[in-house]
Design a protein around this ligand. Structure first.
Ligand SMILES: *[C@@H]1O[C@H](CO)[C@@H](O)[C@H](O)[C@H]1NC(C)=O
Ligand SMILES: *[C@@H]1O[C@H](CO)[C@@H](O)[C@H](O)[C@H]1NC(C)=O
Ligand SMILES: *[C@@H]1O[C@H](CO)[C@@H](O)[C@H](O)[C@H]1NC(C)=O
Ligand SMILES: *[C@@H]1O[C@H](CO)[C@@H](O)[C@H](O)[C@H]1NC(C)=O
Ligand SMILES: *[C@@H]1O[C@H](CO)[C@@H](O)[C@H](O)[C@H]1NC(C)=O
Ligand SMILES: *[C@@H]1O[C@H](CO)[C@@H](O)[C@H](O)[C@H]1NC(C)=O
Length: 416
């Protein structure tokens, strides 16, 4: 009996000790887990919130589909970057454009042993955007340009690639990685000024070539019309050649990426009747596809061919350019015949080419490839609208047989 009581007492003590141990472990685990919730931040907290990237990487971070915040693990190392500018912490200039830290919890990070809340991080000025040749070549004698943000520590946050044709002084295409979260992008950021960079153009000021009176004079001269006639390039209507983005401003998630689209190498002469209407709808449709299907897309946007107008005396079609050197007759900066966009899901390898005709004066138009637009339930363009630009869709393979500047990618099917 004695032994048995002892055993029972010993048993109770043992159980209590066990329970105490379990409780302690559970409390520790719970505490640990609370800490391990990590950090959650809204990336556009202030107008010039620093870019936040995982330490040592060069990739823009995006929210998970359906969210509008960025998440970091407890103690995850991150870099806060103000490209070409300085990071401000609690309104104090750190005099550094890159600061390393790690996530503590909520919106608090540890930087140089101090706790700093995300809303108290800022940049000293508008980021310094960069466009530069990479030294690589691309399709059809193009030269590869990368556009984005130089961090100053041997990293480049690439926002867009451009395959630039130095002869015609226009991009064959531009390329972006389109996040599934694109419709959570920053809205209403101020429009930056246009830059033409250095080393890309040899036709003077590109802005000047687009000025309405100048484009009218150039085009009218080509087609034998009085250079001040507003017959084709009108005043106060959408019948003029706008600086048409290839990669749209709204294709950028971060204000920095939106601003990066304002390089002249990203634009081509686009009738505003088309730019602001059917083409705009194609851009919206691709973004909505990414968002609705929660897929990251690869998106190429480019131009092809040269639009024409009839010569006013002979009636012959004349190709239109915004740069003409009357001395050596060099022509550059063509008015493209079409704008195109290839949207591609790299995981399923399904893609589609969307094409729009850039000339409101064409009464009819023969597609470059077999139109399959009726199969794309997600496409909302008005296909047969002359003023807004005829629009259609093709498989990537049939499109590439004509538009050889589109990179050769493996395609298993149509992006439905
Ligand atoms: C940044 O530089 C300014 C001017 O040189 C100096 O006054 C300031 O103390 C520096 N800030 C830090 C955090 O080192
Ligand atoms: C994180 O949020 C919790 C709950 O609001 C709060 O108790 C905790 O103090 C916060 N941590 C920091 C470091 O601010
Ligand atoms: C797209 O993402 C790939 C990595 O998947 C990267 O190598 C490339 O530089 C990115 N390109 C652009 C233009 O963002
Ligand atoms: C984008 O450009 C606008 C207009 O210049 C500027 O106000 C804004 O700060 C820029 N954003 C970034 C992140 O540089
Ligand atoms: C061009 O049109 C303007 C205004 O209608 C007119 O004054 C001018 O004489 C015309 N020039 C030529 C060469 O026909
Ligand atoms: C036009 O061509 C001539 C002869 O090649 C050249 O000297 C001149 O610089 C060119 N003008 C422009 C604006 O490119």
């Amino acid at each position: 009996m004695q032994r048995r009581t002892c055993f029972v007492v010993g048993g109770i003590t043992g159980v209590l000790i066990l329970i105490a141990i379990i409780v302690t472990v559970v409390v520790l685990v719970v505490e640990e887990n609370t800490n391990r919730n990590g950090c959650t931040i809204y990336p556009f907290e202030v107008a010039l919130s620093p870019l936040v990237v995982i330490s040592g990487t060069s990739d823009f971070l995006y929210p998970l589909p359906g969210e509008n915040v960025l998440r970091f693990d407890y103690h995850q190392s991150v870099d806060f970057i103000c490209p070409g500018r300085n990071v401000l912490l609690n309104n104090v200039n750190s005099n550094q454009s890159v600061l390393s830290g790690y996530c503590l919890e909520n919106n608090t990070f540890v930087i140089n042993n101090a706790h700093v809340d995300w809303p108290n991080m800022d940049c000293s000025n508008t980021f310094w955007r960069t466009a530069r040749y990479t030294g690589a070549t691309c399709e059809n004698n193009g030269l590869d340009i990368e556009v984005g943000y130089d961090t100053g520590d041997n990293r480049f946050l690439r926002s867009m690639s451009i395959c630039f044709d130095p002869e015609l002084q226009v991009a064959h295409y531009t390329f972006i990685n389109q996040t599934a979260s694109i419709n959570q992008r920053a809205l209403d950021t101020p429009r930056p000024s246009w830059l033409q960079g250095t080393g890309f153009y040899d036709i003077g000021s590109v802005t000047n070539l687009y000025v309405r009176a100048n484009q009218r004079r150039t085009i009218n001269t080509l087609i034998g019309l009085n250079e001040t006639s507003a017959l084709f390039i009108e005043d106060d209507t959408n019948y003029f050649l706008a600086r048409g983005h290839q990669t749209a401003r709204s294709d950028g998630y971060y204000p920095a990426q939106q601003n990066a689209t304002f390089f002249m190498m990203n634009i081509a002469p686009q009738w505003q009747t088309f730019n602001g209407f059917n083409w705009n709808q194609i851009e919206i449709d691709v973004r909505d596809y990414a968002e609705d299907n929660a897929v990251d897309l690869w998106v190429w946007t480019g131009v092809y061919g040269v639009a024409t107008l009839p010569h006013q005396e002979t009636g012959e079609p004349v190709e239109l350019y915004l740069f003409v050197n009357s001395t050596d007759n060099r022509k550059a900066l063509p008015v493209p015949e079409v704008y195109w966009k290839v949207a591609y899901n790299p995981i399923t390898e399904r893609g589609v080419a969307l094409i729009g005709v850039n000339n409101p004066y064409y009464q009819a138009y023969t597609p470059l490839c077999n139109d399959i637009s009726h199969r794309l339930t997600w496409l909302h363009t008005k296909n047969f609208d002359q003023e807004q630009g005829f629009c259609y869709a093709c498989t990537v393979d049939t499109f590439r047989r004509v538009v050889t500047s589109m990179p050769n990618i493996p395609v298993r099917g149509i992006l439905l």
